[in-house]
Write a protein that binds this ligand. Structure first.
Ligand code: SF4
Length: 364
């Protein structure tokens, strides 16, 4: 069976034509999928019944299953989605004033080796298909009440987006298409650990998405310890590629810096980070570390955070501290999936435990 959300502009019109049906029905079906929030073809009530039956016979609308749905009182909701092959990925809905932002994944796991991150602990299993990326957007959109729509997308979930660039761009095309989710590229941000060749490719493709580049260290020596993939990627190459992208696209450039207590939060780190970014029209997002059970890293104290930020602000760097939303639901990258895996392992090793029951209470 084909996946209806697998973007292929010709697939549905051609299928309709091959069944002797008018091609214009494709736009009607698309409206149901992107605006109608339907669960099944049966709910596409203005389509002829025999068309709905034919669609159900040949296409799958949803390939993912919500394995777990958690929420906190700050409005953050997180889904653990099970894919058709049993792999699991995470995606998040964040509410901030009128904003309805989502954070989506591009891979099962991650190969970049950021030592503090739960997503990459077991490496990467596979890339997501474009349809699976789109499906996350629609699953999260369905959490909103009638009248509310998604407004922003950050591609910052599990995986390195630029390692799955072709499929990501197809999926983002659906997100920004007026007949898709209709979200402006200005409101879509791709976050990368910093792969210069892929950033250069984005520049050449004249991409108009915002770019966020994760630094996590002010020099190559420390970065090589924190981000394993960076051993062969000097910071200078990453910054050069990011500058080129900014010049060509004019889109907002953000640098990300996860602040790890006692590791990269010294005043000297802040001074050298300010030096590295001086003269750039960019925002620096400082993200106090969200601890992961079993990993030996900690959140810096408030006073250490403030001292670090003071140095940067005094140096004229445009700094923003990212609020830690959704701590209670393992909102940082890969934590929910890991918690569930660990709970399953613990359950299967205890003869009295009920298989499949996890310690996090699902909402739906
Ligand atoms: S922080 Fe991002 S790039 Fe680094 S391992 Fe985790 S998912 Fe991969």
């Amino acid at each position: 069976m084909k996946h209806l959300l697998e973007p292929d502009a010709r697939a549905l019109p051609d299928w309709l034509a091959s069944h002797g049906l008018p091609r214009y029905r494709a736009a009607q079906i698309r409206r149901w999928v992107f605006a109608g929030r339907v669960r099944s073809f049966e709910e596409m009530s203005d389509l002829p019944k025999d068309l709905r039956e034919k669609l159900a016979a040949d296409f799958q609308l949803w390939t993912t299953r919500v394995a777990l749905h958690t929420a906190t009182d700050d409005g953050t909701e997180k889904l653990l989605l099970e894919l058709a092959d049993g792999q699991q990925i995470e995606c998040v809905l964040l509410r901030d004033g009128p904003r309805r932002s989502i954070c989506i994944s591009t891979q099962v796991g991650c190969a970049m080796g950021c030592v503090f991150c739960a997503s990459g602990l077991n490496g990467v299993a596979r890339n997501l298909t474009a349809g699976e990326i789109v499906e996350q957007m629609l699953q999260l959109d369905r959490l909103l009440p009638v009248g509310e729509r998604l407004s922003h997308i950050v591609v910052m979930g599990m995986g390195e987006p630029l390692a799955n660039l072709d499929r990501l761009l197809i999926a983002l095309g659906e997100a920004s298409d007026p007949s898709g989710l209709g979200i402006s590229p200005r409101r879509i941000t791709i976050s990368t650990v910093g792969l210069p060749e892929a950033i250069n490719r984005l520049t050449e493709l004249e991409s108009r998405y915002n770019l966020a580049v994760s630094l996590h260290a002010p020099d190559d020596a420390l970065r090589n310890e924190l981000v394993k993939v960076s051993k062969n990627i000097p910071l200078a190459d990453i910054l050069r590629a990011a500058d080129r992208y900014f010049e060509a696209s004019g889109r907002r450039l953000t640098f990300e810096y996860v602040l790890l207590g006692g590791l990269n939060d010294h005043l000297d780190h802040a001074r050298r980070l300010a030096e590295l970014l001086r003269g750039r029209t960019a925002l620096l997002n400082v993200i106090p570390y969200n601890p992961v059970a079993g990993l030996p890293y900690r959140t810096p104290s408030s006073s250490a955070q403030n001292r670090f930020l003071d140095v940067l602000r005094t140096a004229g760097i445009n700094v923003f501290v990212r609020e830690r939303k959704g701590d209670k639901i393992n909102a940082a990258c890969g934590q929910l999936r890991r918690s569930v895996e660990q709970a399953k392992q613990a359950a299967s090793s205890e003869s009295t435990a009920t298989p499949g029951v996890v310690s996090i209470a699902p909402l739906a």
